[in-house]
Write a protein that binds this ligand. Sequence first.
Ligand code: GDD
Ligand code: MG
Length: 418
Amino acid sequence: MRLERPHRTERFGAVRIHELQRVIELDSGHGDEPAGPARTTLQVSPEAIRNIQQDMVIVVPCMNETRRVIEGVLSGIPHGCLIVLVSNSVRQPVDRYEIEAQTVEQFCQLAERPAITVHQRDPGLAAALKAAGAADLIDETGLLRSGKGEAMLVGLALASLTGRRHLGYIDADNFVPGAVNEYCKAYAAALHLADSQYAMVRISWHSKPKLRDGRLFFSRRGRASELTNQFLNQLIGEYCGFGTDVVATGNAGEHAFSLDLGMKLRLAGGYAVEPFEYLDLFEQFGGVLESPHPEVMERSVTVAQIETRNPHFHDDKGDHHVQDMRLQALNVLYHSAVCLPSVRADIQEYLAGQGRLAAGEEPPRERIYPPVGTLALDRLCDMVLTEAHTLRQFDGDDRRAEPPALLHRTRAAAGHRR
Ligand code: GDD
Ligand code: MG
């Protein structure tokens, strides 16, 4: 894969945000060009990409998506990646989770590769997370809260038990397997190029096809992202005294990170999760508040933003849904400990203008969870394996792997990082 070299980088303390880099070639051949400073592009060989993917977990959050679409998504995830599907699909009157698990199992048999699936509302999973120290994740019914951020956190916790070193997220409702494949390739290429072990990659898709008056129109940006990016950029600009438009991926659902970084991140609930990742980086490593991780401050955190080539074509869940997502992003921004009074005032004004807040009222807070790295992971592993009855571990041959399998097998490998 060949990527544009980013020339502009904004710093927020120890966080380095690189400007958007276009994908120049999806496949740039085998040669390994030296990445000298004169080059305007960066080439990553298939071998380098494969090496990262073999060390990567792809977490697929899934809630009531169609079987055919899920199959397409699975087909696009490169062979070396370990798939972890975290479902919050309905189980009655038809058990859609069972259908999803069967779909994954069949895929694993045909593609001869492993995968893990679990249901977010599994009582055993809730018990395991609670015992591991994540009681905030549990709702009044004793089960894990619903929400995309919560599903991502489960995926991150399971990924940490596999011994792999990188994690990427792919939505289950993507209609274009080629786009899924490109995202995973871009994750690997950017993580390979990262010059810090604390690295994040966020995707900004090039276009989203929409039908307008019977014609396809390729719209450039998502409606939620534009607003989130605007306020994140305002925040960065006000700190450094210069306006910026460096953030193009405030809401990026498709993103990846090294687990060295991921284990330290606090995730927010629901759709606040992606914008809050930026805010958490600023809060923990931005140099404004005292960092709990001086070793990260020393090495710095690098954020790459990649503009991919495939159209982003996914299930349209309606205007209401987009509106909710925008609000959740603004809520976490407003309440972030690094948010400046001027940005807060602008957010308040925007929300009041939308009829979402009365004058002087504050937006609601979103849930923020502790980093997965602070949980008792050995405990989590033991309890997930014995009590989470929806946990399925497919080994890629023609029978269901006898638990404990994947998580257990690689636990020793995971141990050395903790
Ligand atoms: N397990 C689980 N639990 N999965 C969920 C949940 C949940 O509570 N809620 C949503 N999902 C799954 C969906 O099934 C889908 O595969 C994926 O998470 C994304 O959810 P969508 O509801 O399709 O979100 P979107 O397409 O509107 O927004 C996406 O793009 C935004 C940026 O444009 C998401 O990835 C957002 O998080 C992102 O900000
Ligand atoms: Mg979607």
